[in-house]
Design a protein around this ligand. Sequence first.
Ligand SMILES: NCCCN[C@H]1CC[C@H](NCCCN)CC1
Length: 290
Amino acid sequence: GKKVYFNNPMWPGEAHSLAVEKVLYKGNSEFQEVLVFESSTYGKVLVLDGIVQLTEKDECAYQEMIAHLPLCSIPSPKTVLVVGGGDGGVLREISRHSSVEQIDICEIDKMVIDVSKRFFPELAVGFEDPRVHLYIADAVDFLRCAPKGKYDAVIVDSSDPVGPAQELVGKPFFETVARALRPGGVLCNMAESMWLHTHLIQDMIYTCRQTFKGSVHYAWASVPTYPSGVIGFLICSTDGPPVDFINPINPIEKLEGALKHKRELRFYNSEMHSAAFALPSFLKREVTFL
Ligand SMILES: NCCCN[C@H]1CC[C@H](NCCCN)CC1
């Protein structure tokens, strides 16, 4: 089938192509262009403003890691907030944790939710969990009004910081997240590619170091359909007990995983959890974590 090329100023000089069997949906929400197509080899693909958000074949790597890296690093998380994540994949993963009692999700673009429910039922199943409370709102406003210390974990499953998500990497935003987290709580946000964006990663780490008094760790996973084939995660903990004893690198919560779910974990396990924090030498040189 015809190829669709994605190049973008965020990764100049390179383009990514996927063979298209059939375009299934193309529309414009009030925030971005939404495209869904059946690819030849990666299943269905969701694209926002020309940037691949997920494919059926490799979404497991991103959704499982962004959810379980934070939730398996604190003892029995109860209240979780998802910023973005309108496709529902992260909700599906959070619902594996039996200790979780409330899952708030703040997604700005309702079209992403509607399109996911129509074309990606394997991800949108996350919205069916009774613990999920959906807010269609700008997370900057939502978090400004969120009660202090409400959440054990905040997961920022955002698109790239161009367009609707550009405010989600600023210091004011991180400060509202830190305020909404309880002491010893944890933030996990999408943190770009070590091959493409070390300056952006450095800026985020610098900001998080100032904002989160606990620890700041960078982890990464292989996602073939993201530019450079990897995606990073920033895991930050607020101060206060018992975070001093919690090292996100060694998961303390063993995920019951498949037992609670008809769908097996396809990427995450405790070895992958620990391995995700191992960083290449160039990154350790280029980015100061302290
Ligand atoms: N629930 C999946 C949402 C997708 N999150 C983002 C989609 C865009 C992607 N660009 C990666 C750009 C390479 N640095 C990052 C993850």
